[in-house]
Structure formats: structure tokens, C-alpha cells
Design a protein around this ligand. Structure first.
Ligand code: HOC
Length: 390
């Protein structure tokens, strides 16, 4: 029963027990040996708090602003595909719970519900972001993006870590049956392979030719904030900044793409150091987000201390609605809220702005790789590629 769920891990256990094998395989799978998905979680456990005391934490406030939109949590709901594999109401579970509790949802291109159904389920003024897979037919993408902007979407998160599908072997062992859950296959979908899992069946429209040269084109078709989702290096963070993007998500696609990629949390340290050389910090015009393996408010606080503006949670909410529908998502939000309240008090931070780098000890974050904290991988001998070379 829902009242026995105490944390976001519990939702995962329930989802595993209740979901059909195909859905569980698609949602939970990661690429190759699934090393990165484990590392995403493990990285948080290598950062330790340095709590401050005697700070009158009678009242604490964990609300924030994400890309100009008010958010009751320093967390947004990250895009995950095919919500109806988990629950008949699919992504609407997220939209309704997010609207009720002031949380921002990132609508996935590969949602089971249509884009308009999702926007229609939002309450007036509810901020929404859009995750974008770029279609081989750019006219389709242009129409989609401009329609989203017209319908009030505030930011475009372009997925850049998936020019090709990673090998998710757990998922590949399942046959794709189009039973309606994955019905919103994008226009332009060709050559649908039905015998190698869900992901392969839904992804053939995605354009692998996407390059830095396309960023000005996106700028020319929309005034929404443009965020690149799936950045892993300081070099690319700087290219994104110089290309005029408004932010990046340090993400490895939940461990589903290039296995043995480092976690977003670990990359955050070098990326923030690199961005500091380019402008003010925090930079009001350039946000850094992190996702991957986030299950606790304490994970989020660590990422914020290390420089993230906010953090994306994908599977955590996906498993919540797969288990209990909208109620599950609301409970997940409540759990995070309670954890923020407690952890911020114990940490000695009354507001998100009071969470500073000195509140964490990240010296063990990279110790497993034989690096010391002072070994910044973004070093002076590296000459970042200029945009012109693409
Ligand atoms: C090459 C494109 O994001 C997932 C989704 C959809 C995958 C598309 C990959 O399963 O991770």
C-alpha cells in the first residue's frame, strides 16, 4: 500500500513487482554492462556533507526558480518515454501531480500521450518544458517546436547524447508489440524493427546528423530557452555556452546510451570550473542541470552545492506513477519535500541560495579513478574546439 512507501527507492521495488516484463525491461534497462547506471547512484554516495550548526533553521524554504519559472522544489520531472507502458494515464499522471504541487514537467517527444493532451491537462500558468528528439525531417521538428512555444512551453531541452540508440540488452530481448502504449510514434518513422525491443522500435526517426551547426537554426525558429541535454565534458559545455544556449543538462541518459560514461555529478565539478573561466558564476544566463540516479533530496542538495541550478528526476517519478498513478507522483513529491525540509535543517541552509560548495566534501568523488580533487580534467593544456570546426 502507498502509505508504506517511505522513499523513492520503494517505488522502484513496487514497479518491478507490478509492471509487465516488457515495461520493466524498457524502463529499467541501461546499456551494455549497465555500469554507468550504477555509477550514477554511487557517485552521490562519494560526496559527504559538511553541515553548519546554530543557524536558526526554524523556517526553511526549498522553492526556487528554474529558467525563470517558479518551482516548489529544486527538482524538475525529467523526460521519460512511453508512459502508458507503466499506467493507462501515462504522462498525464505527471502533468496533473506537477500542476497540483508546483513542479515543472519536461514533456518527452516520445510520450504515449499526445503533446496537446499533456498541455491540456496542465492547470493555467503551469510551466512546462519540452524534451526534443530532432527528426530527420526538419520541417516536422520546426512545426513541433513552434507549436510547443505557441502553447506556452518555456524551454526546449534538445537531447544530444543519442545520435544512435545504446544497446539495452534487457530491452532487446523483448519483442515490440504496438499495443497502444507506444502509439505516439513520431511522423517520419521508418523501418520500424519490431523484434529488438521497445527502444529500437520507436527511435528510427531520430536524426544522427545533428551538429553544432544546427544550434543557430534552433535559435532562428524559437525564442524558448535552448538547453542541451546530455553534456558530459567541459569542452562541450563551453561550446554550448559560446553557441548561445541558455544551459546544459549533465546527463548520460540514465545510463542508457554510452556505457562507462561518467556520472553527471562527477562531471559537474570540472564543468563548473571551466564555465567559471568564461563569465560570472553563478551565471544568470546559463544554467547547469544534472540528472541520473537521483533518489533523495540529499542527492539534490549535493548537486546544488557543487553548482547545479536544479536536478532532473526521471525514473523516480516514472516508477511512482507505474505503481500508483497520479497519487504515486504526488506522494513522491511529498517525500522529497519532507526530505528537503529535514536535510536543509540538518545542513544549516535555510534557502537554496544558502547551499554553498563548502557544505560538501567532494574529495572522494573521483578517488576511485586515481584522481585527486585538484586534478581538474579541464586543464590548461587542452585547447577547446571552436564552434567553427564543426
Ligand atoms: C537514438 C534514440 O529516450 C530512451 C528514450 C528513447 C530512446 C531513443 C534513442 O529509451 O532512452
Amino acid at each position: 500500500p502507498l502509505d508504506e512507501v517511505l522513499n523513492l527507492h520503494d517505488f522502484e521495488a513496487v514497479a518491478k513487482a507490478v509492471l509487465p516484463a516488457k515495461a520493466w525491461a524498457y524502463y529499467s534497462s541501461a546499456s551494455d554492462d549497465e555500469i554507468t547506471i550504477r555509477e550514477n547512484r554511487a557517485a552521490f554516495q562519494r560526496v559527504w556533507f559538511r553541515p553548519r550548526i546554530l543557524r536558526d533553521v526554524t523556517s526553511v524554504d526549498w522553492s526556487t526558480t528554474i529558467l525563470g519559472c517558479k518551482s516548489s522544489l529544486p527538482v524538475y520531472i525529467s523526460a521519460t518515454a512511453l508512459g502508458k507502458l507503466g499506467h493507462p494515464d501515462g504522462e498525464l499522471n505527471l502533468t496533473r501531480a506537477a500542476g497540483k504541487h508546483g513542479v515543472i514537467q519536461m514533456i518527452p517527444t516520445l510520450a504515449s500521450c499526445s503533446f496537446d493532451e499533456i498541455v491540456d491537462a496542465a492547470v493555467p500558468g503551469q510551466p512546462l518544458f519540452l524534451q526534443l528528439y530532432v527528426n530527420r525531417d526538419r520541417e516536422i521538428t520546426k512545426k513541433y517546436v513552434q507549436h510547443a512555444e505557441k502553447r506556452g512551453v518555456k524551454a526546449l531541452f534538445i537531447t544530444v547524447d543519442a545520435p544512435q540508440l545504446g544497446r539495452r540488452e534487457k530491452d532487446m530481448r523483448m519483442k515490440f508489440v504496438d499495443d497502444g502504449a507506444g502509439a505516439k510514434v513520431q511522423e517520419g518513422q521508418k523501418d520500424v524493427k519490431k523484434d529488438q525491443g521497445v527502444a529500437r522500435a520507436i527511435s528510427s526517426f531520430i536524426d544522427p546528423s545533428l551538429s553544432w551547426k544546427d544550434i543557430p537554426w534552433f535559435r532562428s525558429i524559437t525564442n524558448m530557452h535552448i538547453i542541451l541535454k546530455g553534456v558530459s565534458t567541459p569542452e562541450d559545455a563551453i561550446l554550448a555556452y559560446e553557441a548561445g544556449c541558455q544551459g546544459i543538462v549533465l546527463s548520460n541518459h540514465g545510463g542508457r546510451q554510452l556505457d562507462t560514461s561518467r556520472s553527471g555529478l562527477e562531471n559537474l565539478v570540472d564543468i563548473v570550473a571551466a564555465l567559471k573561466t568564461k563569465g560570472p558564476w553563478p551565471n544568470p544566463n546559463f544554467s547547469v542541470f544534472v540528472d541520473g540516479g537521483v533518489r533523495r533530496a540529499s542527492d539534490v542538495l549535493k548537486a546544488i552545492a557543487l553548482g547545479a541550478s536544479a536536478v532532473g528526476v526521471g525514473r523516480g517519478f516514472l516508477y511512482a506513477f507505474s505503481s500508483y498513478g497520479q497519487e504515486g507522483v504526488e506522494k513522491a513529491i511529498q517525500i522529497l519535500r519532507d526530505e528537503f525540509e529535514m536535510n536543509m535543517r540538518l545542513l544549516g541552509a535555510r534557502t537554496i541560495n544558502e547551499i554553498v560548495p563548502e557544505m560538501v566534501d567532494a574529495s572522494a568523488l573521483r578517488s576511485h579513478a586515481g584522481l585527486t580533487p585538484s586534478d581538474n580534467l579541464y586543464n590548461s593544456t587542452y585547447q577547446p574546439l571552436s564552434l567553427a570546426s564543426f
